[in-house]
Design a protein around this ligand. Sequence first.
Ligand SMILES: [Zn+2]
Length: 450
Amino acid sequence: MLRQLLVIFGLFLALELAAEAQQPGALPNPLPSSAGTAYVIRAGRLIDPESGTALANQMIAIKDGGILEIGSNVSIPQGAETIDLSLYSVLPGLVDAHNHLALTYKKVPENDIYYYTYIQESTALRAIQAASNGMQMLSSGFTVVRDLGNNGLYADTALRQAIEQGWIPGPTLINSGIIIGGSGGQFYPTPEMYKEHNIIYPEYLDADTPDEIIKAVRQNVLFGAKVIKICVDCKPYAYSVEDMKLFIREAANAGGLKVAGHVQTQEGARRAIEAGIWSIEHDTALTDELHKLMAKKGIWRVGTETPFTEYRGTQERFDHTVQGMKSAWANGVKMAFSTDADYYVPGMNRGQVVINFLKSWKASGIPDKEILKIMTVNGYKVCDIYDTRGPVKPGFPADMIAVKGNPLEDVDALRSVVFVMKDGLIFKRDGVMTPERFLHGGPVNGWRIH
Ligand SMILES: [Zn+2]
């Protein structure tokens, strides 16, 4: 017995050392399949959304999943395949800062009531939906998605791990795990549901007291959350400023995570701003005055601004949305492109539903090149990955897309993504998905990846 224990201990020690040996100086975490690949991209136009400028005829050298060099003439990595995008604009990947990849409610059978989706679909099924939705997002040029809950029992973490381990292609995921709220979360359970605590409770974590708040944050971190999502004011017993400060402190303590708050009342927004929350989700309650406070404190506005279409919304709600965007922009609030996409529209995939939110942004009158910056640079920042992933520059993972036309002048150019590269692998080429290289026979980085 003792000998067995010693053997197991020795094994753990070896794994520990191996894991440590891999870390320093490694490329920006290439996928298992990225190793050994090399490409040179010839970009007709290389766009820098940060400065709102473009350079003609640039070359990008890519090796082992990372960007080596960019310029009008670069040294070609050995064995590199040339990708001719000289007729296109090449730019960094897009970001949806609020999506729900493992939730798709629909007309039949649940009449678009997501309460029923939870009851009828297992976490396992929803994880597979999430994998599909992730690929649909990637195909539309979204290389990063912030996934803010309603994913059953951590289908979002499963998706993130599957992507990071190289099982399937998908966007870089910043996932929240289970949404934390006061009793009931966003639901109105019956006493039977509440007491049994099993029917709706894969979807929400109750946290009413300081002890429960700490416990809930730690549970999510334990099960792979990369951001903490809370319901600030879904119930009359909204979180106090002190409650939210505790969330923020505990999330920071648990690996420097940020706190995103679903906010639907002005009082909730006021408290969240005072507490110094990282981001306010949804534009419902935000006023000109609240925007001024948000700008002063540097709080992100993740407005989830739904366009008015034949399948969604009303003119009245849309007018409110556009008014809010104008106010936020005029007040210098940090804005992110976000959708709250969690539904099915016949004839459209998840990526198409999401990119159609451009309608709202165009209606806001924000200049096209600023919208592009919001959809890229601001996205990396609100996801808190700006220093490690997103921008197209040497030393970074090779994530980029190509479109016809120039999105700096007409942001609708983003509707026709012809090329997508993620981690230095080609996911889409000539407008067709080509995911073969992503499908890896066995992950080499599975150990202790959360
Ligand atoms: Zn949402």
